[in-house]
Design a binder for this molecule. Structure first.
Ligand SMILES: C[S@@+](CC[C@H](N)C(=O)[O-])C[C@H]1O[C@@H](n2cnc3c(N)ncnc32)[C@H](O)[C@@H]1O
Length: 209
């Protein structure tokens, strides 16, 4: 119920962000490239971009694989489709909730989670869903803002989080506990800015590669 309400609010937020969005996230371009390089996608692999936004990851995916992109906000996908066409990429772009994906288990070789775990109301569920749709041995890459697992309570972040949550992001999340029980394990973790607050994390789903 709460998730549904928040999803509705985030759809409004990201519709309003659309005119400024690409400019706002341009500084992440180098980090996206690095994260996608870590995924080491092979020709023919199936990649899913979760909460794909306007498709700022697409330019780092060529000449890659079969790309599927999901997002809750239709106008974000509208821009993603336009971007894909300009780049000559075929992308299966669908309006879908990252917390309740309709893909069968094991549908993808790789999942891209850029700037989404800090947004969705239930990031543990988003990770569990990502793990479900990954094949055993599949990889996922996360690029996002996380507080350190050993810092439980930081009043400044807690205060900053109140208005930021309303604007569509959350700066008070820890990755470690979110991964528990998902079957995803950390393969590599790199600090990516703001003293390690922004991180790139490569994950692998248990099972044969
Ligand atoms: C901060 S943007 C990140 C977009 C893109 N991944 C990027 O790196 O630029 C967050 C995106 O998540 C989408 N979103 C929010 N909640 C979602 C949900 N429950 N399921 C799918 N997408 C969601 C928003 O519409 C928005 O496009």
């Amino acid at each position: 119920m709460l998730s549904a309400l928040l999803n509705g609010w985030y759809r409004v937020c990201y519709t309003l962000w659309l005119p400024f969005y690409d400019l706002l996230v341009r500084p992440y371009s180098r980090l996206r490239r690095r994260a996608i390089k870590l995924l080491d996608l092979k020709p023919g692999e199936r990649a899913l971009i979760v909460g794909a936004g306007t498709g700022m990851d697409l330019k780092h995916l060529k000449p890659v694989p079969k790309i599927t992109a999901i997002d809750l906000t239709p106008v974000m996908l509208w821009r993603l489709r336009r971007r894909a066409r300009r780049r000559g990429l075929e992308v299966d772009a669908r309006v879908m909730d990252a917390l309740a994906m309709t893909f069968p288990d094991g549908s993808f070789d790789a999942v891209i989670l850029h700037l989404i775990l800090a947004v969705v109301p239930d990031p543990a569920r988003c990770l569990a869903e990502s793990a479900r749709v990954l094949r055993p041995g599949g990889r996922a890459v996360v690029l996002d803002k996380f507080i350190r697992d050993d810092r439980r309570f930081r009043p400044i972040l807690w205060l900053a989080n109140l208005p930021l949550k309303l604007l569509g992001t959350n700066v008070n999340r820890r990755l470690g506990p979110l991964l528990e029980g998902t079957g995803l394990r950390i393969v590599r973790q790199e600090p990516a800015g703001l003293g390690g607050f922004v991180k790139i994390v490569l994950l692998r789903k248990e099972g044969p590669a």
